[in-house]
Structures are given as C-alpha cells and as structure tokens.
Design a protein around this ligand. Structure first.
Ligand code: SF4
Length: 476
C-alpha cells in the first residue's frame, strides 16, 4: 500500500492524500489492495469468519466433482452425473438428482453437501420488460473440502442480476450473430435515438419477498415467453472498490468477491426462470453487473469455464467489461479462445485528465497502458474490442470529446466499436443526464470517423436496473 494511503477498513476503500495535479482533496480512491499490490491474497473479505456448515456442489466442475466421488469411494462417473444434473438439467436440490442412488444422495447430504445454487429471491419488473433480480447466494462457499477447493467462506447476501429481453443494443455489431448478420450501425442508432433518455421512476411492481435463508424464495413466475433473444447482466462481486464516480455500485465499496458458483449460478437461476433452452435460444451474457470482474479474476474465469464446458454456452456470446485492470487484461489475453469471452473496456472519457477525475483507477493504469494490454488480446475473425462510453452531461459529452475519442480509438489500430451509454442517474450522484442532441452529435462524430457506434438502450431505468445503477436497491 502506498505510504500516502490509509485504509478505511470499515468500508473496504483506500483514501489517498491529494495528488499534485490539483484534483479534489481527500478524494475517495477505490483502488483496492489487489489493484495496488496485484496480490490477490490481500483482498478484503468482511465475512470470512462466518461459520459455514453447508458445502455447495454448485461451482465445482465435472472434474472436481469426479474427484469428490472418487474420494468417497464412488466411481468417478458419478461426478459427471452430478454435473449433468446441476448444469444441464438445472436440478436445484440434491434429493431431486434422480440419477444418483438414494443412499448416495443421503450420504452427501449427511456430510453437509448440497447443490447450493444461488436463488432469485426478489424480482423488480420494469415497464420495458427488463427484470432486476436480487439473487441470494445462500450457501457458504468454503469448498475447501473438495479437491481443488475454490474459495473463501461466503456470507448470506444478495447480488443483482438483470434480464433484458431483446437486449440493450450493446451486443450489436460484435460480429457474433449466429446467422453472420450485423445490423447497420447508422440504422440501429437512429432507432435507439427515438428512445430518448428519461429519468428513473420507481413505478416498478415489486414482486416476491426476500425470504430468510431457510425458507425457499417465492417469487411470481416469469411472463410468458415472448422474447426472441435476451441479454443477462451478471455480477462478479458484492459491491465494487473501483469507485467510478458515476456509478451507484461503486458507492457500496467492496463487500466481497463472488465465487465461481455464485457467478455462474446467477445465469442458471435466470435461465430456469425464463425457460432458456441452451443451444436454441439466443441469449448473451455481459459481465457488467456489480463489481470489477478482473479484480476477481480467478473466480470469474472459473465461472466462464463452467458456463462453457458444463452448461454448453459459447464464449462468443459473453462479453466481460473491465474498468482497465491492466494485469487482468494481460492474463485475459493468454486465455484460450475456447473459453475467452469478448472484451469491453469501460473508457468513459477522451483523455487521462478527465478519466482520472471520474475513474480513480486511471491514476494507476492510464489509457495508454490499458491500450497496450488490450493489443495483446488475439481477436477472433470479425471480433471487435468494445469501448463503453458513459456520456455525462457537460463532463464527457462535448463535441471536442467526441473528436478526441475518435482519434483515440483509431490510434489504437484495433478493430473496435463504441457503445455509448447516456448516463443513468442515481441517488446521491451529482452528474446530469446528457441532452439527446449532445448524444446524437457524439454518435455522429464517431460514425463519421468510420467507427461503428451504438447507443445502448436505457433498459430498466425505472427499477434501477440500468448501467451503473445496481446497488441492491430494494426500496420499491
Ligand atoms: S462502473 Fe463497474 S468498475 Fe466502476 S464502480 Fe461501477 S461496478 Fe465498479
């Protein structure tokens, strides 16, 4: 930890003395210890001492489950059966895994094992069809009893996951449509512009009740299946320490990392709710919910491997967004194509000066360092790097900013696209939503520079499900 910093242990943040550039004094800097030291062992876990009496099987891959079975004297293929039941058939309770003998199920239960899949306990429904979920990670995650034990003890907490039927436009132009088609950027953007940004209204119906750990959640069923494609926004941490100043999640500080099972389990819980048929339905995953995935790298990638190898999803239907954690990007560049999602960089500003003002992480890894790391990623045919850009009224949405972003993106030499996001307002954050005219001018400048540019639809603003709004907002 730099000598200029002192730790606010109660909130999982580090405070820095004022930097010499004249930035505001005693600004909260959310670079957590891993970002400073790059040693994951220094991550802060507030609930690591919580006693754990249950051991979740969910989160272990077929290989680990097979090793588990071998250890207790069962044939290894029993592990494959367990994986098939949990990840393909989506069985959520041990007694319901009918491919295992009753005696084996009883024995596993007696030893403290359970499926332990995260569970949707509350649903907020938007007028636009978006659903925001509170997902309860209701099992301890001390899988140290299993071969290759994964993670630290976890608490009983909820994280947020969002379901967007028909997507939000962010997936456009990434070259991954199954029929090889891509919508025309200009056409898509014109369509999106007709959906002018609006301020959030708490008009959503609150369904279901947050139940205690011991009682199963009762939530209203999903609406009848009427979507042709969908996007699921997945969380990777409880809270976030990166503290982008425009983001509600950043206000929470880091509570803890999610385990691989807790990350992948959000997806399976939503699949189950909406009857998603893997291999048939067009569902994209974006790891853009609560948290910075690359500050929970091992668990994040373990979740991706589960989703690819055990669930059967394509990594080309997944996109991970990072605020610019350079060591994480460098590791990511080494991942094999078979399990590597697409990469999005949360850029949000045209230069280091402004980016440093709104994203303190930029002081650790400025834009050029991020771009150097991104260049190490070997892109697939037709794959593009996505630059996410949140437009803050009067701060990052000016004409000169657009021209600077265009130059910046072209200078990278990368096949790239830009996703514009009109900032979603949230309580306690002082930025303003950009004017539609400013958004359109920004888009036009990039498009005229030959950069595919999309405007992400403001999905679920009325239930605080939109980008940067996830904060376990349960007041309804
Ligand atoms: S925008 Fe992402 S990285 Fe930044 S504080 Fe919010 S959740 Fe964390």
């Amino acid at each position: 930890m730099p000598s200029a910093a002192r730790r606010d242990w109660s909130r999982g943040r580090i405070w820095f003395k004022p930097p010499p550039s004249g930035l505001r004094e005693r600004r909260k800097c959310s670079i957590l210890s891993q970002a400073v030291t790059e040693k994951s062992s220094q991550l802060v876990h507030f609930d690591a001492t919580r006693p754990v009496d249950k051991r979740p099987l969910f989160g272990l891959d077929a290989e680990a489950l097979s090793a588990c079975m071998t250890e207790i004297g069962e044939p290894a293929w029993r592990g494959r059966q367990l994986a098939e039941a949990m990840y393909r058939q989506r069985v959520a309770e041990l007694p319901e895994i009918s491919t295992l003998s009753k005696s084996l199920r009883q024995r596993l239960a007696a030893e403290g094992w359970e499926v332990g899949r995260p569970e949707i306990v509350q649903v907020f429904q938007s007028v636009d069809g978006t659903e925001r979920y509170l997902v309860q990670c209701h099992s301890g995650d001390d899988q140290t009893g299993a071969p290759g034990g994964r993670s630290i003890a976890a608490g009983v907490e909820t994280v947020e996951t969002v379901w967007m039927p028909e997507g939000d436009g962010g997936e456009s132009g990434d070259g991954s449509e199954p029929d090889g088609s891509e919508s025309d950027p200009g056409e898509a953007d014109t369509r999106e512009m007709s959906r002018a940004p609006s301020f959030p209204r708490f008009s959503a119906e609150r369904v279901g009740k947050h139940k205690s750990q011991s009682s199963p959640a009762q939530v209203d069923p999903a609406p009848e299946k009427s979507w042709s494609r969908a996007t699921i926004c997945v969380s990777s941490q409880v809270g976030c320490a990166v503290n982008c100043h425009f983001c509600l999640t950043g206000k929470l500080g880091l509570q803890r990392n999610l385990s691989a099972g807790e990350i992948a389990g959000q997806v399976i819980a939503v699949f189950e709710r909406h009857g998603v048929e893997v291999g048939r339905d067009r569902v994209n995953l974006v790891f853009m919910g609560m948290g910075e995935p690359f500050l929970n790298y091992d668990n994040f990638m373990a979740a991706v491997r589960l989703l690819v190898r055990e669930v059967g999803l394509s990594p080309q239907r997944m996109t991970v967004s990072t605020s610019g954690i350079v060591p994480g990007i460098e590791r990511f560049a080494q991942e094999p194509d078979e399990v590597r999602p697409k990469l999005a960089i949360s850029l949000n500003a045209p230069n280091d000066e402004i980016r440093g003002e709104i994203m303190p992480i930029n002081r650790k890894w400025p834009i050029e360092a991020v771009m150097d790391a991104v260049r190490q990623v070997r892109l697939r045919s037709r794959e593009r790097i996505t630059f996410e850009y949140v437009l803050l009224g009067g701060v990052t949405d000016k004409a000169e900013h657009a021209a600077e972003v265009a130059r910046l993106v072209r200078r990278t030499g990368l096949p790239a696209k830009v996703n514009l996001i009109a900032w979603n307002s949230g309580p306690g954050i002082e930025y303003t939503t950009p004017q539609p005219a400013a958004v359109e001018n920004f888009r036009l400048t990039l498009a005229n520079a030959g950069i595919p540019t999309y405007l992400r639809k403001p999905r679920g603003r009325d239930i605080f499900a939109a980008c940067g709004q996830l904060k376990r907002t349960v007041e309804g």
